[in-house]
Design a protein around this ligand. Sequence first.
Ligand code: ACO
Length: 429
Amino acid sequence: MAKTATLTYGNQKIELPIIEGSEGELGIDITELRAKTGLITLDPAFGNTGACRSAITYIDGDKGILRYRGIPIEQLAENSTFIETAWLLIFGELPQRDQLRRFSQRLTVNAHLHEDFKHHFQGFPVNAPPMAMLSAMIGTLACFHTNLLHVEDAAVLEETAARIISKVRTIAAYSYRQSSGLPFIYPDPKLRYVANFLHMMFSMPYDQYVVDPDIEHALNMILILHADHEQNCSTSTVRVVGSSQANLFASASAGVSALWGPLHGGANVAVLEQLEQIHHGGLTPQQVIAKAKDKNDPFRLMGFGHRVYKNFDPRARILKTSADKVLAKLGVKDPLLDIAMKLEELALKDSYFVERKLYPNVDFYSGIIMKAIGIPVNMFTVMFAIGRMPGWIANWKEQFDDKTSRIARPRQIYTGPKLRDYLPMDKRN
Ligand code: ACO
């Protein structure tokens, strides 16, 4: 393979280096394009633009491959915990026993929020969207941890990461309690990460929620599977904000805002909303499948298909097994779950879906599992944010550690009016 690409424009020609990643991915390095030619590239939505070199996550959508730091997602889902996976993503290697113990202790110690946070929460109206509260409160952490705004060494980064990963879970649970008018439940230091979250979500004063180990395992898996997905919209947002040397709290808060949109983390909510519409509209699963196939109908089956994974979504494959287990264990009777399972069965053998490689994606099964566990639909994207936090931190750190990185500052092709004069009010028509 040639080591350069030749760009010809007008009667000029320049050579551009070709960069190769560790899995053989190739890219044309245009870092010096503007300096050498005065030209820029135009790539709306960055579909063809590599914005960084990264050693964190590898995806091959055609082959259904997702690896964190080289380790297949299937192995992590089977053997790891969310906290161990978080360490792997952020620091690059699986933790040694003492590293994991230290990190877990820092998470436990930092699970509480400053008491003044309660006043902040109480300032939100009941029914405030939990994602709005989450984003605001992660930004607010910066006010309570001013000693962590400048990451001077690895120890400060580790402490900041532990605080954010621990506190995002408490903030998430408090957001739910506030949006439901329920009393806040303090974290319990005896409980592990996911169990503690379930406790803060569902315990009542003097009535402790009993955590089922299978539910804890399923939720742990959902968090692992969401922990990173390379340069997606929210992670790119975190990098852009961090590139101005904004602190980790501000950058993570921006990540939550980016994740909120229905085209990103909000898709898991869309799956459940669609199931509700189907249920209330009285459509049968067969009619829904026919509607999704009808080219004159814009309707799409939410939770099916993926932009990157064209054969299967490896995360969905893992979660399907987990969903089957959780539903069987809980024996929940929910018409929405019945509709979902029937849609899955019909779509998997329908030639329209099979030919277009439209399989259920991660949002389909994560929504089903969370619904069965009793997590409210408006908390689904919040769960995604808890899961994605290690990925955001890992990307922020990778950029921070790269001493060659510069502030992100894309260019544009200007299409507005040419030079014209200011008109006084009485001359405008
Ligand atoms: N229901 C019905 N038909 C579909 C669906 C669907 N969910 N998804 C794609 N198709 C059809 C398209 O109509 C098109 O058919 P055609 O070739 O006859 O024109 C074909 O499949 C290819 O579709 P594209 O839109 O080109 O696929 P693309 O890769 O651009 O879109 C996307 C992927 C956006 C995820 C799409 O499948 C979709 O809208 N799915 C539903 C929404 C959803 O579940 N989003 C969550 C994604 S997972 C995540 O973000 C974590």
